[in-house]
Design a binder for this molecule. Structure first.
Ligand SMILES: CC(C)(COP(=O)(O)OP(=O)(O)OC[C@H]1O[C@@H](n2cnc3c(N)ncnc32)[C@H](O)[C@@H]1OP(=O)(O)O)[C@@H](O)C(=O)NCCC(=O)NCCS
Length: 352
């Protein structure tokens, strides 16, 4: 089986409360200025998403320090040496975000940068990236599991690094939804009867292809064409329709029912959205949504949506007992599920 051997995460040091956006000038996608008072706009954001604050990396940092620190924490937590790793997979949305530039660099790739920063000398340790939007980290876990299952690797480090802050259009209200972060975990082969039980992935990539994309600022005077953009309603519709189904697919493969799940680690895009996913999942199994009470931890309120960093950060916080009352005990079955640009969604069933 493939088990989680160690986890690590880093919360960037700059805390950005909603009030920081009160004096932003917002426009809609057609360039029409939003004349509402700033406080009203940010209050609305909190009401519809649950987000109170998010964190950004300092402007004098590129993406590498955060990813290196989270990776070191995960490997130390696993009790392994850096040269014990047989593989590194890094997931992100824009490669290395450079200081002082609105530019993304993907050459060399992030896993190569990470391997270099960790000074790993074992050249047989592979180091590649996965570009799969927000579900990237979970997809990388699936690939790590496959590498371990087929005998290619014993220990694989999987990192999710998101520096959204540098691609957020200051004139788009949806920019307030995202934040920066990094989470990592080491996956290892184990003879024990625990670990990854099953997984499922859906890639639709059809009519929802433009639901999330990089494009121009809502303010036509702002240069650049790589600002984060989304059609929130389309994202909402896709996520609430397909995430429950991909979870069911993974649970069916594991021959488990939803009532046997002790905790759900959902991608954090919006408090209301996650509740709607849970309601639809309950509906699929014809059970009451109340049965999920206490099983749906959230980080969205203080981290915002940190894309690929979301699930590994939440997992690390729970395993280190830093997320309120949430605890995972031996024998617990946990479902992780994510969704994002493409559109894609995935789910993984894990027995602790
Ligand atoms: C974006 C999203 C929050 C909008 O929620 P919604 O309830 O569908 O919002 P609506 O478009 O109906 O707008 C409702 C109100 O909120 C306002 N609003 C919408 N988005 C807003 C935002 N980001 N910030 C502040 N106000 C916002 C609208 O102006 C509208 O105001 P009104 O009722 O006073 O006219 C929601 O669709 C969503 O969470 N989608 C997924 C988001 C996501 O995280 N995607 C990232 C990739 S996984």
């Amino acid at each position: 089986m493939t088990i989680i051997k160690g986890t690590g995460s880093v919360l960037p040091e700059t805390v950005v409360p909603n009030s920081k956006f009160d004096d932003h000038i917002f426009y809609d996608k057609d360039g029409v200025r939003n004349d509402r008072p700033g406080e009203e706009i940010t209050a609305k954001l909190e009401a519809i998403t649950g987000i109170r604050e998010r964190r950004y990396v300092p402007m004098d940092q590129d993406s590498r320090p955060l990813m290196t620190e989270a990776a070191r924490l995960a490997v130390a937590d696993a009790g392994l040496g850096l040269n014990d790793l047989d593989g590194i997979i890094v997931t992100h949305n824009a490669g290395n975000i450079l200081i002082g530039e609105h530019a993304f660099h993907t050459v060399p790739n992030m896993a190569a940068y990470l391997k270099n920063a960790l000074e790993i000398t074992n050249h047989e340790c592979f180091a590649y990236d996965i570009l799969f939007a927000c579900p990237g980290w979970l997809q990388a876990v699936i690939q790590a599991h496959q590498a371990i299952e087929c005998g290619d690797a014993e220990n694989v480090l999987v990192v999710g690094i998101e520096i959204a802050s540098r691609m957020l259009d200051p004139h788009d209200v949806d920019s307030m939804i995202l934040g920066d972060g990094c989470g990592a975990a080491v996956f290892s082969r184990s003879p024990k009867d625990e670990g990854v039980v099953s997984h499922a992935t859906f890639s639709h990539a059809n009519k929802d292809i433009d639901a999330i994309y990089l494009g121009r600022s809502n303010n036509e005077d702002v240069p650049g064409s790589c600002w984060f953009k989304m059609n929130g309603k389309e994202v909402y519709r896709y996520a609430t329709t397909w995430v429950p189904q991909v979870i069911k697919k993974a649970l069916d493969k594991a021959k488990l029912s939803v009532s046997e799940v002790d905790m759900f680690l959902f991608h954090q895009a919006n408090e209301k959205l996650n509740q709607a996913i849970a309601n639809n999942l309950a509906h699929l199994y014809e059970i009451a949504a109340e049965s999920f009470l206490g099983k749906l931890p959230m980080t969205i309120q203080f981290l915002g949506n940190t894309s690929v960093a979301t699930i590994p950060t939440m997992l690390d916080l729970i395993l280190k007992k830093k997320l309120g009352e949430y605890e995972i005990s031996k024998g617990n079955t946990v479902v992780m599920a994510s969704v994002g640009a493409g559109m894609h969604c995935n789910a993984l069933v894990y027995k602790f």
